[in-house]
Design a protein around this ligand. Sequence first.
Ligand code: ZN
Length: 116
Amino acid sequence: MAKGEKVEKKAAKEKVVTCTDKNCPFHAGLPTRGIVLEGVVASDKMDKTAIVQRSYYVKLKKYDRYRPKKSRIPAHNPPCIGAKTGDTVRIMECRKLSKTVNFVIMEKLQAVGTAR
Ligand SMILES: [Zn+2]
């Protein structure tokens, strides 16, 4: 029953890319909630997983200056989005998909090589 519903939903959406990923927020209905972040893809070498790097500044109270910091977040990269290294993406928190992955790429904000 549930299986049939899923197929119907997929057909109704009429996506050019046929997405069979079971952890896709759009085609498999992966629930997302919580934090929304933006970052640059630092690596797309893993299968359906990308490393999203964020750079930001943290204020050092003692010296009244800022120091650059970065964080690298492993995020699920659905085949229908297919983010590549250098792409700017928006990621959103979701349930734990593996030991380290608990974010999913929601959209590509800027593809690599395109001017802002
Ligand atoms: Zn998809």
